[in-house]
Design a protein around this ligand. Structure first.
Ligand code: OAD
Length: 243
């Protein structure tokens, strides 16, 4: 495989999705065995679903918190952490994953655009706090200060992403211009605005690469280059870390 051409001015923006954590044993969302199989998305991942049945929603995320504590970063996460070590501020990682595995692998320039599984926040006070407890249904946790319901700090369908994250990504793309390499990894490109980053990268003259085990055709055709394979195997080679 030809490694990505990395010069002194190359800026790398990486977007990761569930596929990058698959080799750690974290299920993806879509496809056979995915988290959305057997779960109605809007029932467990929307504000309306939480209002209707908070215990069901907490059970879904409680089980994910429980399972997530037993997994570890894989070579794909480590390859990204190593690339950041090399590029410093010319690297930015936007992840749709809420599992925290990028930070556990040593990545620091990470924007968790879909939130954090191991954080909760009061529906009224709003301030997120670290929380590893796995509520598996009743009783649903309540805020110790105001008594309102506490929810997991992830972004649900119908909710907006953090504006500061979007601005940081936008700023990085603008600064990089034609020196930008955009690398999407393990994502089906079904969820916006993350799915639109490839177009923003190309609009400034950037080079776009997709790494995915089974690339989604509609998404893949928007990239210059597609590497079909497991991220744990492809990324170290793509970044020239392994012959
Ligand atoms: P998906 O489940 O939609 O897609 C996972 C992608 O990973 C697929 O394209 C697989 O082919 C690929 N894949 C699987 N194993 C892989 C491996 N070992 N190496 C590389 N690729 C692999 O997950 P996302 O695209 O992340 O949002 O989903 C995006 C968002 O939709 C999620 O953040 C979540 C979900 O609904 C919210 O919960 C708001």
């Amino acid at each position: 495989m030809t490694p990505l051409a990395l010069t002194e001015s190359t800026h790398v923006l990486v977007l990761t999705g569930a596929g990058v954590s698959a080799e750690s044993g974290v299920p993806t969302f879509r496809g056979v065995g995915g988290l959305w199989e057997g779960n109605r998305v809007e029932a467990v991942a929307s504000p309306e679903g939480f209002a209707k049945d908070p215990a069901l929603v907490w059970r879904f995320y409680g089980l994910r918190r429980q399972a997530g504590l037993t997994v570890s970063p894989n070579p794909g996460h480590h390859a990204l952490a190593a690339l950041e070590q090399r590029l410093g501020d010319r690297f930015l990682l936007a992840t749709q994953n809420v599992d925290g595995l990028h930070r556990r692998a040593g990545s620091t320039r990470v924007l968790s655009i879909h939130g954090e599984l191991y954080e909760s926040r009061c529906e009224r006070c709003g301030v997120p706090f670290a929380d590893e407890r796995h509520y598996l249904g009743e009783p649903v946790p309540l805020c110790g200060r105001c008594g309102a319901r506490v929810r997991v700090n992830v972004v649900w369908f119908g909710e907006s992403l953090d504006g500061a994250h979007l601005e940081a990504i936008d700023g990085f793309i603008t600064r990089a211009g034609k020196n930008l390499a955009f690398v999407a990894v393990g994502t089906s490109g079904q969820v916006w605005p993350a799915a639109g980053l490839v177009d923003a990268a190309r609009a400034v003259g950037g080079h776009a690469v997709l790494v995915d085990l089974e690339p989604t055709p509609d998404y893949a055709r928007r990239f210059h280059r597609v590497e079909a394979g497991k991220s744990g195997e492809v990324l170290p080679r793509l970044f020239g870390q392994r012959p």
